[in-house]
Design a protein around this ligand. Sequence first.
Ligand SMILES: [Zn+2]
Length: 678
Amino acid sequence: MSRLLSSLLGCLLCLLSGPLFGDEPHSGLDPDGFDKTVRPQDDLFLHVNGRWLLSTDIPADKSNYGSFTRLDDEARENIRAIIEEAVKNPTDDISRKVGDFYKSYLDEARISSLGLSPIQKQLDAIDQFNSPEQIARYFGAGGVQGLPGPIGFYVSVDDRNSSRYLCHIIQSGLTLPDRDYYLTQREDHAAARKALQAYIARLYELAGRSDGAAAAEAVIRLETALAGIQWSRTELRDAEKRYNLRPTTQLDQIAPGIPLKPFLEASGVPDITELNVVTPSYFENLGAVAASAGLEAWRHYARFHLLDAAAEYLPKEWVDAHFELHEKAISGVPAQKPRWKKAVDATSGAGAGDFGVLGEPLGQLYVRKHFPAESRKRKQELVGNMMKAYEISIRQLPWMTAATREQALVKLGKITTKIGYPDVWRDFSKLEIRSDDLIGNLLRSRTFEHQRQIDRLNQPVDRSEWGMTPQTVNAYYNPSLNEIVFPAAILQPPFFDATADDAVNYGGIGAVIGHEISHGFDDEGSKYDGDGNLRNWWTDDDRKAFEALTSKLVAQYESYEALPGRKLNGRLTLGENIADLSGMAIAYKAYMLSLEGRPSKTLDGYTPSQRYFLGWSQIWRRKYRDDEMARRLLIDPHSPSAFRANGPVTNLNAFYEAFDVKPGDKLYKAPADRIQIW
Ligand SMILES: [Zn+2]
C-alpha cells in the first residue's frame, strides 16, 4: 500500500504488440456483447458492452467482474497448476517453499487445533502496555511483521534525490477503507460503522473475552479521532505536499507526545539523520489524540488490529467473521472465495503491488510457461512506435512554449520500459517456510520483506526492481525511475491479440501503453523530471496553461454520476483521466502512422477508426456491486469503467469523424470545448 502511494502514481493498463498483421485477421471484437439499440454516438460503453452487461452475473465471490477480473481468473488458474505441481513434485528450494506454504494454508485441521496460539506472544505483550513508549515500540515491531498501526512506515526512493532511498512515515491505522466512512452521516457509512462495531465484538467473543462491547466503542472512537486528523486521498496525491524532509534531531517536534524514536528503533531502522514526513499535520496532532484516548483504548485498539490482521488465517469462525465485515458489509460480496483461491492469492499475490508470500518466484515459473521469449521483443517495438507518436504530438502541442517543450521531450526520451518480467529475480533462499505454520510463515515473510527494505538504505537505487509480479493483470508508471512497466499477464486479449487486426490492438494495449507514458505527464507525474526527481521543469505560463486544461477535465468528470446522487471525484481521478485521454489520443496517432500506404478495410461492418474506439470500450467491459462502486468512488484514483470508456472520446476529433457524431448526440461536445492535453 505505502509503496503504491509513494511511487506507483498510476496504473491499470498495459501493453501491446508489434506489427500485428496476420494472414486473415479477425476484428478482435466481440459483437455478441454489443447492444446495437444504443448508438455509439450516445454511449460508446453501452453500445459495446450492453448485452454483455445484461447477460452476465457477477460471480458470487467477487465485488466486480469484467475484462480484468476474467484475466485475473485465468492467471490464477495457471498459477494454481504451477503450485500444485510444486506440491506433488518439489524439485528445488523454491518449489518446496511454494508447496509448503500452500499446504500450510490448506491445512485447516492444523489451523483449527492451533487456535490463537500463533499470536499469543503478541496478545500477551498488549496486555502489558503501561506507557506510550511501550505502545510505540509495539507498533514499530508490529510493522516489521506487517501488522497495522497508527504510524505507517516504509522505505522508498527519495522524491528529490532519485539516487538514494529514504525512510518515510505516513498516516495509517483505520479499519474501514477511508476516513469518510467514519466522518460522514451517509447511510452506507453508518451501516459500515455498525458492521465494524459488531465485528470487533465478535472477534473479542471468539477470543474468549467478555469486554467486546467496551472494546468496540473504544476502537471506533479512537479510529474516528484518527480519521479526523488524516488527509484526504486527494491531498495525498500531491507530491509536493507529501515531501517534508526533516532531521531526526527534530523527532519531538514532528510528533509532539509520540515516542517516535522508540518506534523507529523497534522498526529496525539504523542510525538515520533525516526522514520524510508524508503527512505532517497528522503527526502534529497524533499526540493529542493518543493522550486523550488513554492506555486502555490503545490496548483495545492494538488487540483488535492484531486479531483482525490474523483473522483470515485463524480457524474457520474467524475467517467467516473477517469476511462478514471486509467483503460482505463493505463491498457487498455475497459469498466467500473457495479456500484454494485464497491460498493461491496468499502465495502469489492478488493484485497491483501485492506480492503474496512467494509471488515473484512463482512469476518466474509463470513466464517460463506462459510468456514466450519473442513476446518481449514484439512489445518493445510497439512501445517504440508509441514513443514516436508521443514525440510528434509533443512537438505539435498548440498550448506549450518551446522552452517547456524541450524539457518534455528530454523527459520522454529518458523513459525506460520493462516488459513481461524482471531481469533480476529476488533471492528468497533465506526465507523460512514450514508446511505446518501458516501464521508463522506470513510473519516471517513480512519480516523478510521489511528487512529487504531496511537493507536498501545506503545502497544504490535498484533500477531492476519491479513493483508488480509478472502474473498481475495491470501495468504502472513509476515517476522515481521514470519507467513504464507491463507485466506478462496483461499482454493478452482483449488487450492484445496477435491474431487480430491492428485497430483493436491499438485501442487496447496501444492505448494502455499511451496511458502509462502519459502518467509521466499527468498532474502529478509532470512534476518529476526525466531523472525521477521532483523538480519544476515548466515555465510558469505553461504550467498555468496546463492547469487550465486539466481543470476542464476535472469539471467534465465531476459531471458524471456513478450511483444515484454519487458523482465522481474529479481531482482524485485527474491523473488517471489525463492518462486515459492522452493515451487514447497518442495511440490513435500511432495507429494512423502504422496504416500509412495501406488501404483500410472494413471488418464486422466497422471501419478501422471505428474499431479502434470499439476496442477501447471493450477493455472496459465490467460491472460492479453498488457497495463496491461506492467504496471505489471514495478511494480509487481510477474512474469507473463506463466513464473510462466514454469520457476520453468526447474530446477526440477522431471519434467525431469515425462515427459522424453531431450536435444532439449524447457524447457530443462543441469543438471549442474539446480538451487536448498531450
Ligand atoms: Zn493509470
